[in-house]
Design a protein around this ligand. Sequence first.
Ligand code: ADP
Ligand code: MG
Length: 375
Amino acid sequence: MQWVESWKGRRTAQALAEWDAPIQVCVRKRPISNKEAGKRGFDIITTTTAVHPHACAFLHEPKLSLDRSRSIVFDEYAGNDLIFQTTLQPAIPKLKEGKNVSLFCYGATGSGKTHTVFGPEGGRGSATTAADIGLYHYACSQVFGVAAEMGADVFVSFLEIYSGKVVDLLNNRQPINLLEQNGSFLFQGLRESHAASVQHCLQIMAVGTATRTTQATDSNSTSSRSHAIFRLEMRVPNTSATSLLTLIDLAGSERGVDNPSASAAVRREGAAINKSLLALKECIRALHVNSNYVPFRSNKLTCVLRDCFRAGTCIMVLNVAPTNLTVEQTMSCLHYANRIKEYSHATGGGNGGASGGMPLPATAEDLLAQLSALT
Ligand code: ADP
Ligand code: MG
């Protein structure tokens, strides 16, 4: 099976920097939690067949591939530092050329999206190791270096889309209006704070992360049902030169709609989330078949993210939980990843794309059967 193929050659950050796919897709498996272990969950994502499992802890490198030419799988030993070094870090210099860089985390609630982008407890907790520091923090550190070289000022903004409404997390959840003007969207009322240094930027963000996570007490929290969008924009004074780095912690991709025990409100929110994630997929598809019409306007999420797709690099991290307890969600996430990869291979050149390997198993049962055959 293609996506559990073992990683044979050593692949370095250098090699990843050479990718030029329109969308780089990678999968990140998180460690099993005490809660999952307590429910007798067992690990179903085998990320190695060739290397001794304990050796992996020391290798600290992505070992598996969905499609070895184009995407990588990070196992549970990969920390945020490694994710940053192999995905965003090589892309950030492109900001100097006026290009945009974005990274999306997609996955079910509890799969590790917020941990990846913002660190433990959505940035409120104290990250004690390099493996825990959120990608936004690493990105800030790097962007200020680039901005200094460009002579650019850095502006930070932080938005949330919840139940179809866009709100400003740096301004007490004030609603934001989207206005379309000359083919792009203006965020009316958005606070864009000028950040003088990395430290200043982190201070500004502390307000936003506190606002976002106040209600985050369980897996049904508002934060898991909202999309969070962190933006760093570089502007060179007295010129029109700008470039934008965007990190997106998408709402949980699970289908609350199908759950008969969920309340009507939760199902409505679930339907809104599904719609926005479908709209995102449609835009990616349209972009990569070079369609004249990309349906950005169809959803608030895609309106807000339109600029992310302007020339530059777009990275998608598919977060998956490791156990049998969430196998359906993992499957649906990997299918979404495969679709995205197919689209981005449509015009991306390369050698065959997602259709070149074996398809993902169609059902959770097939997946489990294939995994057990491997071990
Ligand atoms: P999501 O945002 O996808 O709902 P979270 O990022 O909140 O998921 O992760 C769920 C839980 O798992 C959190 O307690 C988080 O700290 C933990 N977690 C997620 N990814 C990792 C990881 N790579 N290493 C250690 N703990 C993780
Ligand atoms: Mg989250």
